[in-house]
Design a binder for this molecule. Structure first.
Ligand code: PGA
Length: 253
């Protein structure tokens, strides 16, 4: 298994042309990267075109969301099977923007996780506390509740396929990442939870950090114990920022 999973969450950015341009730029500058897996998650509409660019490379392509039903009268939704048929292996679920703006609950995220696992794909399950939660000293309580509910009925065997992304909501898109000590404590808390819930595989589940990861803080963040990668928003939209983060991960392997 790779030591680091570096993922770009493009959010609702890029159209077909600029997505192709961004993916091409990443392709051109990506060096040999043993021990690091690189994943990019464009908007649905651009996934097919991005695959055209990164085909025959080691770059992985994923989606940013899905619906849990297989098909039917769910206007505007995209099923896991549809995403799988494009060739994606990963789907981000439970991003704080989806929780906050689209009212997604842990129960819904759990249904999506099962649907993804049943299809043989890997869910990147995002969790994280708000600033109010943190100030009130509730960080661990929130993380525990999100983990408990979103991982409901997932078996130890299935847990091999999941990735957890710890993203403190207050660090997303703000330019201010969490402090190293806060990251270390949260990742340790998550690791302990996973090991307890999944005695066989919990130790090996990748835990990414997300929230204002940039080239100048990537080294210290990726060096923290139990940080197995990064989920990157803003900096993943620029080749000159995304590539140095991947190279930093490579230098730490
Ligand atoms: P950011 O976003 O890197 O722009 O803070 C991270 C995320 O939302 O996954």
């Amino acid at each position: 298994m790779s030591k680091y999973l570096i993922a770009g969450n493009w959010k609702m950015n890029t159209d077909v042309n600029s997505a192709v341009e961004l993916a091409s730029g990443i392709m051109e500058q990506l060096k040999d990267k043993e021990g690091v897996e690189v994943l990019i998650c464009p908007p649905f509409t651009n996934i097919y075109h991005v695959f055209d660019v990164v085909n025959n490379s080691t770059i992985l392509v994923g989606a940013q969301n899905c619906y849990y039903e297989e098909n039917g009268a769910f206007t505007g939704e995209i099923s896991v099977g549809m995403i799988k048929s494009l060739g994606c292996d990963f789907i981000i679920i439970g991003h704080s923007e989806r929780r906050a703006i689209f009212n997604e609950t842990d129960e819904l995220i759990n249904k999506k996780a099962h649907s993804i696992l049943n299809a043989g794909l890997k869910p990147i399950i995002c969790i994280g506390e708000t600033l109010d939660d943190r100030k009130a000293g509730k960080t661990n309580k929130i993380l525990e509740a999100q983990l408990t509910k979103s991982l409901k009925s997932i078996t130890d065997t299935q847990s091999k396929e999941i990735i957890i992304a710890y993203e403190p909501v207050w660090a997303i898109g703000t330019g201010v990442s969490a402090e190293n000590k806060q990251i270390e404590e949260a990742h340790k808390f998550i690791r302990d939870f996973l090991v307890q819930k999944f005695p066989e595989n919990g130790e090996y589940i990748l835990i990414q950090y997300g929230g204002s990861v940039k080239p100048d803080n990537a080294k210290e963040i990726l060096s923290i114990k139990n940080v197995n990668g990064a989920l990157i928003g803003g900096a993943s939209l620029r080749v000159d920022l995304f590539i140095p983060i991947i190279n930093t991960a490579q230098s730490l392997v």
